[in-house]
Design a protein around this ligand. Structure first.
Ligand SMILES: Cc1ncc(COP(=O)(O)O)c(C=O)c1O
Length: 452
């Protein structure tokens, strides 16, 4: 299979993808199952919409193109696609069956491994994804405390409990990853039960805790995403949660094992009552877990939290194999080293191109910052960047989800292509002609309504 070689003006290299998507739009409301897989999130018309297979760091699309992929399946592919250590274990289990009338011993084995790896983990429950795990954690927190209100910071999935934050004012979640979420179909009776707070601002958290004394069941937050917390911030949240009698829940769906096998909580040294893991825990097989202290988790045994496929042996086996392979190959250190190289090479590319900007952020998830842009320009610049990278056969956002299959050669190729893209962006900015350089629609930006 060849890399895409036609110019970004041509849509023919992804013609099959585009035709399939046309059919999807007539059959699948919204077109895709995950908002982040909507083609408008990439450079529409030049990026693939459907993949037939993938291996390592490469996606093979339905048109026969290969793409160097820096999005890692939007997180799950931590070891790289089709990792033999995981897939062989899963294949072997397929031959023995996937779900049974009774349970599979891997449930216990994995629980022991998670308890050994994750600081807050003394007990474990499983499910099939991140949003589902968040819903379980909130149920547990409400059940343990007998309280209803939940304070949130970050993105926590699609369920009613979370989208309730936008019932009073549908801009409340705008700074928490997805903006423009209208809580259509969420019962109005849930208004006021979930209240967002801004990251990094202990005073704002204090204000909410004082406004609702004795009412907050949980503080649910992403411990970090694209930046590290200021010193003392998470410790301050921890202390306030304890004082308020609320459970502290770290949603580690996005961070996962990339900062450390024990998650961001291990790296940052702050231990929540509950931790939520999904995406990266099973290298692409459906899986989620809520882990936590015995005190927080134990009463879950008395709550009605139950589902048939949560016992699926394939997810359990994939999770065990993922954890063991990461440990065996020192995978976390390796992907972080690739991330450091990526930052260094992209910063050189910025310097060489003369475009003001930087590649920064955690080693496992570095991102580009374009400096000195005026209102309206960031979206043009991101789109042009993604368009130009696509022309070079590289599928990426302006940020990079590192995995163990990415190589220094992938970084070199990416840096060379990024340097050319940066030069083009610089020219577009200097000549005030960014728009005329675009061959594709603008990528969907955060402030756009998801449902139009
Ligand atoms: C921090 C966080 N929580 C929850 C979710 C939802 O996970 P899922 O899409 O598996 O339901 C995501 C997904 O991106 C996430 O990043």
């Amino acid at each position: 299979m060849a890399s895409p070689s036609t110019s970004p003006t041509s849509s023919s290299r992804v013609a099959k993808s585009l035709a399939l998507y046309e059919r999807a739009l007539a059959l699948i409301p919204g077109g895709t199952q995950l908002i982040s897989r909507r083609p408008g999130r990439f450079a529409y018309g030049v990026c693939p919409i459907y993949a037939e297979s993938a291996s390592g760091a490469t996606i093979h699309d339905v048109d026969g193109n290969d793409w160097l992929d820096w999005v890692s399946a939007i997180g799950p592919a931590i070891l790289g696609y089709a990792c033999p250590a995981v897939d062989d274990a899963v294949r072997e289990q397929i031959g023995r069956g996937a779900v049974f009338t009774v349970n599979h011993p891997a449930e216990v084995e994995l629980a022991e491994e998670l308890v050994a790896a994750i600081p807050c983990a003394e007990q474990v429950r499983y499910c099939k994804g991140g949003g589902e795990a968040c819903a379980i954690a909130v149920r547990i927190a409400r059940g343990v405390t007998g309280r209803d209100r939940v304070l949130v910071c970050g993105y926590h999935g699609w369920h009613d409990w979370y989208l309730a934050a936008n019932l009073d004012d549908d801009t409340r979640l705008d700074s928490h990853l997805f903006s423009g979420i209208e809580p259509i179909g969420v019962p109005r009776a849930l208004a006021g039960t979930t209240i967002p707070f801004p990251y990094g601002d202990l005073e704002a958290l204090d204000t909410l805790l004082h406004r609702y004394p004795g009412e907050v069941a949980a503080i649910v937050m992403e411990p970090m995403r694209s930046d590290f917390p200021a010193p003392g911030y998470l410790e301050g949240v921890r202390e306030r949660a304890t004082r308020a009698g609320a459970l502290l829940v770290f949603d580690e769906v996005s961070t996962g094992y990339r900062p450390a096998l024990g998650g961001a909580q291990e790296l940052l040294g702050v231990t929540p009552d509950l931790g939520i893991f999904a995406k990266s825990m099973s290298n692409g097989y459906a899986m989620g877990a809520v882990v936590g202290t015995r005190a927080a988790m134990e009463s879950a045994g008395r709550m009605f939290i139950s589902s048939t496929y949560w016992s699926d042996a394939l997810g359990l086996i994939a999770s065990l194999a993922t954890l063991r392979e990461l440990r065996r190959t020192d995978g976390v250190a390796r992907l972080q080293a690739t991330g450091r190289l990526m930052k260094a090479r992209l910063n050189q590319a910025f310097a060489a191109s003369g475009l003001p900007g930087a590649c920064e952020g955690p080693d496992w998830h570095p991102g580009l910052r374009f400096h000195g842009l005026s209102a309206g320009q960031p979206r043009l610049v991101s789109t042009l960047f993604m368009q130009e990278m696509a022309a070079a056969g590289i599928l990426t956002y302006p940020s990079f989800y590192m995995n163990c299959a990415h190589t220094p050669a992938d970084v070199e190729r990416t840096a060379d292509s990024a340097c050319a893209a940066f030069r083009k962006i610089r020219h577009g900015l200097e000549a005030d002609c960014l728009e005329s350089l675009l061959e594709v629609d603008l990528v969907e930006e955060p402030f756009r309504r998801l449902v139009q």
